[in-house]
Design a protein around this ligand. Structure first.
Ligand code: UDP
Length: 413
């Protein structure tokens, strides 16, 4: 993908601005660090962004921390607890986190001029800072950024109190939405995530490709398809989606597709998948699909084949699946959690719903009123064009990196 390929979508001036900002970062190395190369929204964004930054002349590289299953079970617990879910976290869990953090500090090369650390799993790497700084010239200290993709508004206090001493050592933090952030002693930046309109996940597809994906998964095109795409995770409420579908199905003939994958840093997903399959039973109108990582064209095709897209999460980060659906001009029914209300403006770019009955009601409304549904979808696409595409995200990151060079909050171009 060339940076100029985005010009027809976002306009020439947006692209020129990116080049101008990138030029000011020449000579700097940006090191992105998270916990997985595949699965979930963070990996998705980084995999698209790194090559584009490279084309703009910014030396951005990507490394992941290593951890065994036990570590990822702990970080999954942390993740749930930070989202506010009830979790029992033990002293052993904290010890496992610290041990793995220490191992990564010893084994990883932390070479960037700017270390851009994503989410809680690698947050403890900052503990290496004092020794790293000591080994570098004082005139060129590394800058550490913590990018939090999750909603920290109501965290489990025990887990937050454990992580906070790491977080406060960073030079700045970045949150996806104002409502996600916390009082912290350093500079905070608000940057929404984004999708790439030219990726396999989001590009236009010929009808033939869409049809062949439906055939592959034996999904007949005989009636409207309602879809939720998400990892098999309790916070995405897959069973609630099935229940809402069953209510809709009482009065409208339709199908449900629940397409999900598992992420290598989420050991809980197999259990959730088994429960979901059991709940779906032998209902021929419910299609539970386990999609291997990297099946972007397939996810794209399933979203495009849908009449309504649902995201009935109990908790969300930003909710990139919603962004993807809106960009495809699909009518969306989603719960008002995490970043979803930034994307779904109720009755303008989609419908916000509450609970199983509310979700079923909203789906019915869209299925019985296709004109209204398509107007919401079109509005949703424009909302994403202006706010949630990768070009806007790149611009915000470039400005962020430049802002770190300046003690004050003002950047003069
Ligand atoms: N995704 C995927 N395959 C799946 C499930 C999800 O490729 O089986 C993608 C999805 O299209 C989106 C991302 O993973 O791009 C999920 O991001 P989101 O913010 O919705 O949720 P997260 O998984 O980060 O909680």
């Amino acid at each position: 993908m060339r940076v100029s390929d985005y010009e027809p979508i976002v306009g020439r001036s947006a692209i020129e601005e990116l080049r101008l900002l990138a030029a000011k970062l020449s000579g700097k190395v940006i090191q992105m660090i998270n916990s997985t190369f595949v699965g979930g929204g963070v990996a998705e964004i980084l995999s698209r962004m790194i090559p584009l930054l490279g084309q703009l002349g910014v030396d951005a590289r990507w490394n992941v921390i290593k951890g065994n299953e036990e570590f990822f079970q702990v970080t999954k617990k942390f993740h749930n607890a930070l989202h506010g879910r009830q979790e029992t976290v033990t002293e052993k869990d904290f010890a496992v986190f610290l041990e793995t953090t220490q191992k990564n500090i010893e084994e990883m090369e932390l070479y960037g001029d700017i270390l851009f650390v994503h989410d809680p799993q690698p947050v403890g790497l900052i503990a290496s800072r004092s020794s790293v700084i000591a080994s570098r010239r004082r005139s060129n200290p590394q800058k550490w950024l913590w990018r939090c993709h999750i909603d920290l508004s109501h965290p489990n206090e025990e887990v937050w109190n454990f992580l906070q001493p790491f977080v406060v050592q960073y030079d700045a933090s970045v949150f996806s939405a104002p409502a996600f952030s916390r009082e912290l002693p350093m500079r905070q930046f608000l940057i929404s995530p984004s999708i790439d309109p030219l990726s396999d996940k989001n590009k236009e597809l010929p009808q033939q490709t869409i049809d062949s994906v439906l055939t592959k998964y034996t999904i007949p095109k005989d009636k409207p398809i309602i879809t939720q795409v998400s990892r098999f995770d309790y916070l995405k409420d897959p069973v609630g989606v099935i229940q809402a579908f069953e209510l809709v199905r009482k009065s409208i003939d339709c199908r449900l597709v629940f397409a999900g994958g598992t992420a290598s840093d989420d050991p809980e997903s197999d259990k959730v998948l088994a429960e979901v399959r059991q709940r779906a039973g032998n209902n021929p109108d419910i299609h539970i699909l386990l999609i291997p990582p990297g099946s972007d064209i397939e996810i794209n095709a399933l979203q495009r084949a849908s009449s309504v897209i649902v995201q009935k999460s109990h908790r969300e980060g930003f909710g990139l699946t919603v962004t993807e659906a809106l960009w495809k001009a699909k009518p969306v029914v989603a719960s008002a959690v995490g970043g979803i209300p930034l994307q779904v403006k109720n009755r303008f770019t989609g419908l916000l719903s509450y609970g199983i009955e509310g979700t079923a009601y909203a789906i019915r409304q869209l299925l019985t009123n296709p004109q209204y549904a398509s107007r919401l979808g079109e509005n949703g696409r424009e909302h994403v064009r202006y706010n949630f595409l990768i070009t806007r995200h790149l611009r915000d990151y470039l400005l962020l990196f430049l802002a770190l060079e300046h003690p004050e909050d003002i950047i003069r171009l």
